[in-house]
Design a protein around this ligand. Structure first.
Ligand code: AHN
Ligand code: ZN
Length: 322
């Protein structure tokens, strides 16, 4: 009963999606329309479990939710469970969730993002929040929200428009409990570190990877991140060019250079697959978004236009990669 109501409410929400307004040029994209309302809904549903901090019931239930959604969209889901330790020695149970579209295809691309949320709001202006977990609506939730909508679109396409290459969606666990401000870099990205040493299928490879991080904030812009430029410059070019082509050059900007950011893409590069990081910056000061590691990183501060710009660009990349 509950389930039926949930799905019917959800289909009502999906009707809210508008057709994409045409880009200024006469370029006709082969990609379907990314529904930002749907991506937003997936962000909201993740946050409704509570902060997805390691070893918590909210974390585990949300992991089940994410796996179930990908399965619902026809993906083959691998679960990668592993034990690890936070930098302070706390033992953690990690779970990377890997959802594959066309698992049999030999030509593949990889999309990724972390699904855990940070257990300390240590960038919050109010110091009394520094040990409180964050919702991670943008930092974590937005990447998974966008990827779920991409998976839904892959399944939804008519036979004649079906994507022929394989696509793997990797949801990293335990990315976000690292030491802020120049501490040991290996304290971040524990899920992707594990994956780099233990691929989910033997002999796994992909043409390239795109990691998404903080792709749903207000006044967000994406600059070309420097490790991405060093390890995967052609992938950066491909993604930024795709965005310009469909009218999202305002989001994927060439105006400034991004910084060098320790993120999950480094581990993918380390395992031999060129991978970039599409990571949101604040339009005003070029740093991390204003809600980063604060109590304000909640669903109220998610911007659907940002989700749309990133999601539509990803569809453009996937549909033109044949
Ligand atoms: C560092 O601050 C070293 N890396 C940021 C990676 C990150 C955290 N992305 C989101 N949250
Ligand atoms: Zn974070």
């Amino acid at each position: 009963m509950k389930k039926i109501l949930y799905f019917s409410l959800f289909s009502l929400l999906l009707i809210g999606c508008k057709e994409q307004k045409p880009a200024e040029t006469n370029y006709v994209s082969p990609a379907p329309v990314f529904c930002e309302d749907s991506a937003y809904q997936y962000v909201k549903e993740q946050c409704a479990f509570g902060p997805r901090v390691m070893n918590s019931a909210a974390h585990d239930s949300c992991g089940e939710y994410i796996a179930r959604q990908f399965q619902r969209f026809g993906m083959v889901v691998h679960h990668q469970y592993a034990d690890s330790k936070l930098y302070d020695g706390t033992p953690i149970k990690m779970r990377n969730i890997i959802a594959s579209y066309r698992p049999e295809a030999s030509t593949r691309i990889l999309l990724a993002g972390h699904w855990d949320s940070r257990q300390w709001a240590d960038n919050d202006p109010d110091e009394s929040n520094h040990n409180t977990p964050i919702d991670g609506a943008n930092d974590g939730g937005s990447s998974i929200g966008v990827m779920l909508e991409l998976a839904r679109q892959l399944q939804l396409a008519n036979d004649s428009d079906k994507v022929k290459i394989g696509v793997d969606f990797i949801c990293w666990d335990a990315e976000d409990n690292g030491i802020s401000g120049g501490g040991d870099e290996s304290s971040w990205c524990l899920g992707s570190q594990y994956w780099a040493g233990h691929h989910h299928v033997e002999g796994y490879s992909a043409r390239y990877g795109i990691n998404l991080d903080m792709v749903g904030g207000h006044q967000t812009v994406f600059y070309r991140e420097q490790y991405s430029m060093r390890f995967a410059p052609t992938v950066v070019d491909k993604v930024w060019a795709a965005a310009q082509r469909i009218g999202y050059g305002n989001y994927f900007s060439y105006d400034e250079q991004g910084g060098y950011i320790t993120d999950d893409h480094l581990q993918v590069n380390r395992s031999g697959i060129p991978c970039i990081d599409v990571i949101g910056s604040d339009r005003e000061n070029g740093g991390f978004p204003a809600t980063w590691h604060t109590m304000n990183d909640n669903v109220k501060n998610i911007n659907k236009e940002t989700l749309k710009a990133v999601g539509q660009t990803m569809l453009e990349v996937i549909w033109t990669e044949q």
